[in-house]
Design a protein around this ligand. Structure first.
Ligand code: GLU
Length: 488
């Protein structure tokens, strides 16, 4: 994953922000205080120190974490983050977000998050491998990694490679676990990964925004009717999330008017050609200097550009009290986790800015992680058992229709005869491959969740989508606790 920007001032306490959002929503529910306390608290935080032998022979002690926010469903699920700015509070906050996210999109997991406090760019691949394997074995010995207990995935600063090291380490420690591939998701395809996982979060962001923008009655108030096509979009962060979201927006006819990365941002009111921008960055190592665009050496200036949809897809705490008043976008789509602080949100809401919350908007990654986990437990890829059979069914169906079509009116107008026509029958639809199945299920999940959140907001007269999403998540988690027998 590309590191899009350094985090904002750590003065913003992410855990308090998430808890603040929770408490605000909880006030709109009727659950028992004790139950709400249980849903809110972080069940387990494991803090570890372990040594890393550097390539030059020296030893460095690293600090690492794994938080399991909620055990109401197992396994707990959430990414592994490598960042020099990582704190225990951040990991706990991100784990809590995972709990609510999973509940919202109907993924049957509790929330977790882990991380190692390092700058991955300052380490060689060999050092990264050693520390990832050591971290995995530390978790293993505390029973904090297993397909049924806790399943990490890529996050900021980690990717498929790290997941492969995790799986390989787990397998050596637990060789009798036939489901070992399911101990991490976001793996390379060759090691039990699933097609579509890489683009899942970014695509999910796009599907969620598209659904939101399709509600004409809401868009009228913002003067943004007419769907995604032609909408002016600014994206901060072109890593795994922002990059794929940018592609999807451009593919749907939106105009990318601003793009930001760690080294700076570029702006072109007429629109930027994404693939050309990416090729330019590949060639020169920077977004800056792209022909026809204006350079913004301070990447955070991109957040303030004139546009219809702002997509912060980098890190938390990007829109804060100090820049909220200058945000020009009427819609903010939270592709990153917690990019808008509560103080900023208050300022933006007063101005009628619509915030599509991270709570479900960036849940595409974990949704497809769920499919990957299922595939690993099933030990068979989606569609393998049915693809040929379906093709045969389609073929027979088509032959039957062709037969009736050829018979046309010549059979005396029987009810099941088709009128003979000159136009050929349309070709049979292609049989879905695994990626088609995964991405269509992702699209369905994001569309349904977006609608549910919107409908709940309207039905209960809730103040905003974030509150509605959190209320829905709390309700779903509370229902699970109802059956757990801990509140007799
Ligand atoms: N790190 C991603 C997230 O924050 C993915 C988590 C997962 O797939 O388990 O949603």
């Amino acid at each position: 994953m590309t590191i899009a920007s350094t985090p904002g001032p750590s003065a913003c306490n992410l855990f308090e922000n998430v808890i603040g959002f929770f408490d605000r929503a909880a006030a709109h529910t009727r659950h028992d205080k004790g139950l709400l306390d249980q849903i809110r608290c972080c069940n387990v935080v494991h803090r570890i120190h372990f040594p890393l032998r550097m390539d030059d022979g020296q030893v460095r002690v690293l600090e690492a974490y794994r938080a399991q926010h909620s055990h109401h469903r197992l396994p707990v699920k959430g990414g592994l983050r490598f960042s020099p700015h990582l704190t225990q509070q951040t990991v706990m906050a991100l784990a809590a977000l995972m709990t609510f996210k999973c509940a919202l999109v109907g993924v049957p997991f509790g929330g977790g998050k882990g991380g190692v406090r390092i700058d991955p760019r300052a380490h060689s691949p060999a050092e990264l491998e050693r520390l990832t394997r050591r971290y995995t074995s530390e978790l293993f010995h505390k029973r904090m990694i297993a397909p049924s207990l806790d399943v990490p995935a890529p996050d900021y600063g980690t990717g498929e490679r790290e997941m492969a090291w995790i799986v390989d380490t787990y397998r050596t420690l637990q060789p009798e676990d036939i489901n070992h591939l399911a101990c991490a998701t976001g793996k390379p395809l060759a090691l039990g990964g699933i097609p579509g996982r890489r683009e899942a979060t970014g695509l999910g962001v796009f599907f969620g925004v598209r659904e939101c923008v399709s509600i004409e009655s809401d868009m009228r108030g913002l003067g943004l009717e007419g769907g995604i096509e032609g909408k002016r979009v600014v994206i901060q962060g072109l890593g795994n999330v922002g990059g794929y979201a940018a592609r999807a927006f451009a593919g749907a006819g939106a105009k990318l008017v601003g793009l930001a990365e760690i080294e700076g941002a570029i702006h072109a009111p007429g629109g930027l050609e994404l693939e050309e921008v990416l090729a330019h960055r590949q060639r020169t190592g920077t977004l800056l200097g792209f022909a026809g665009a204006t350079d913004l050496p301070d990447p955070s200036a991109a957040l303030e550009l004139d546009c219809d949809i702002l997509v912060p897809a980098a890190l938390q705490n990007q829109v804060r009290a100090d820049n909220a008043a200058r945000i020009a976008a009427p819609i903010i789509a939270e592709a990153a986790n917690s990019p808008v602080t509560p103080e900023a949100e208050a300022v933006l809401q007063q101005r009628g800015v619509l915030i599509i919350p991270d709570l479900y908007l960036n849940a595409g990654g974990v949704t497809v992680s769920y499919f990957e986990w299922l595939k690993n437990l099933n030990h068979v890829s989606f569609g393998r058992m049915t693809r040929r059979y379906q093709r045969n069914i389609y073929r027979s169906l088509l032959e039957a229709v062709e037969h009736l079509h050829a018979a046309g009116g010549g059979d005396g107008g029987q009810r099941n005869a088709l009128p003979a026509g000159d136009s050929p029958l349309p070709p049979a639809p292609p049989i879905a491959d695994e990626k088609d199945l995964v991405l269509s299920a992702l699209e369905e999940t994001m569309s349904i969740t977006s609608r549910q959140v919107h409908d709940r907001m309207k039905a209960d007269h809730l103040p905003d989508l974030r509150t509605a999403a959190m209320v829905l998540a709390i309700d779903k988690i509370a229902q699970t606790y109802d059956y757990m027998g801990i509140f007799p």
